[in-house]
Design a protein around this ligand. Structure first.
Ligand code: 0PR
Length: 350
């Protein structure tokens, strides 16, 4: 029989997933055969899901948030656009998102038949005048990203929320990755900082839950009602999730990680990541490389393409931004000794 080994993260630099917390791993194993999509039958895991949503609400400044544990950021983003479309009264809906928005919004546009209008950036954040130009009476949602996938930047969320209100659209924030680091920064990004309607925050990224564990939160249950579908043969009468059968492992591990780590554990994790990001930035600049100033712990370094190829050849999992920089996401498994080993290889191969 094959022994199950934890995956080796010792050279993984660009992933937004990480080693699950031991408590989260254990909870995932215990709830492997449960389905939160059928709360009548699997009551315990449903209670854990409520607990997880309550904690996600605390993290995002809305203690009584409505929501559920989704399969990931993609599902949450699709659902946010879906509910904005369903509540609006137009046959030709559109939504506006920054050019930095994750590709899941392109999937949302495609499956939902909602036009995606992409707003250009200025210094890696969405350009507000450009957003204003793209909005019209058929705009159902304005998206802001709190922690962009490539550069970890935070859009001006309060201004986007105001613009959405002015035209009766919803404002959705994608904090899939950033949600577990932003509470320890001064950025305005959540339900308490701005009049946003929905938010994506993924426990399976910085939250240290097992995959799959995403989070969709809404300011009130009425918003999620837009997603409800009748479920005639289940004990519960309706379902608002996109998937039917869901992973009880993901849900239970999210609840376990959140109760274990919010708030001190995540705060400590953030400060370690921050200090690693600052250290790596300084070391890379000392070596003459350009680094995009990191606002959250994601470091993008202007390595030559050949060097990135050689680093990959040497076993480092490092991805490139669209502009070509090497990207290091300072996840909890990315330690200082690991970065030292990485820089030693940079020096050897450069
Ligand atoms: N929103 C943001 C801001 C994201 O960065 C991502 C994923 C999503 C939404 C979508 O989340 P799910 O992938 O959970 O549906 N960002 C990473 C990316 O696409 C995902 C990733 C994670 C990629 C781990 C590689 C990897 O090893 O780059």
């Amino acid at each position: 029989m094959q022994r199950s080994e934890p995956q080796d993260f010792s050279r993984v630099l660009s992933s937004m997933c990480t080693v699950p917390h031991p408590t989260a791993r254990e909870a995932a194993e215990r709830f492997l055969a449960t389905n939160p999509g059928d709360p009548g039958t699997y009551a315990t895991v449903s209670k854990l899901e409520r607990q997880a949503v309550d904690l996600l609400g605390e993290i995002t400044g809305l203690p009584d948030a409505a929501g559920y544990v989704a399969s990931g950021g993609t599902e949450s983003n699709i659902q946010a656009i879906r509910l904005a479309r369903n509540r609006a009264d137009t046959r030709t809906p559109n939504f506006v998102a920054p050019a930095s928005a994750h590709f899941s919004f392109h999937k949302a546009a495609d499956v939902l038949g909602v036009e995606l209008r992409t707003a250009p950036l200025e210094d890696y954040r969405v350009h507000l005048d450009a957003v204003a130009e793209l909005i019209d009476p058929d705009t159902v949602c304005i998206v802001g990203v709190a922690g962009t996938t490539e550069y970890g930047r935070v859009d001006p969320i309060p201004a986007l929320a105001d613009m959405a209100h002015d035209v009766g659209a919803l404002c959705h924030v994608d904090a899939a990755w950033g949600g577990f680091v932003l509470p320890f920064t001064k950025h305005a990004w959540n339900f308490a900082d701005a009049d946003i309607h929905t938010l994506t925050i993924d426990p399976h990224k910085m939250g240290r839950a097992a995959v799959p564990a995403g989070g969709l939160l809404a300011r009130g249950p009425e918003l999620l009602d837009e997603l409800a579908i009748d479920t005639p043969y289940l004990e519960s009468t309706s379902q608002m999730t996109l998937t039917g059968t869901r992973s009880g492992a993901g849900v239970a591990s999210a609840a376990a990680a959140l109760s274990e780590l919010w708030r001190d554990g995540y705060e400590k994790q953030y400060h370690t990541a921050r200090s690693n990001a600052d250290w790596l930035t300084a070391e890379a600049r000392d070596r003459g490389f350009d680094v995009v100033e990191p606002t959250l712990p994601i470091v993008t370094i202007d390595f030559p393409h050949a060097l990135i190829a050689d680093l990959r050849e040497a076993g480092w999992r490092i991805s490139r931004t669209e502009a070509g920089e090497g990207r290091v996401v300072c996840m909890p498994h990315v330690t200082r000794p690991m970065l030292e080993a990485f820089l030693a290889d940079v020096d050897r191969l450069a």
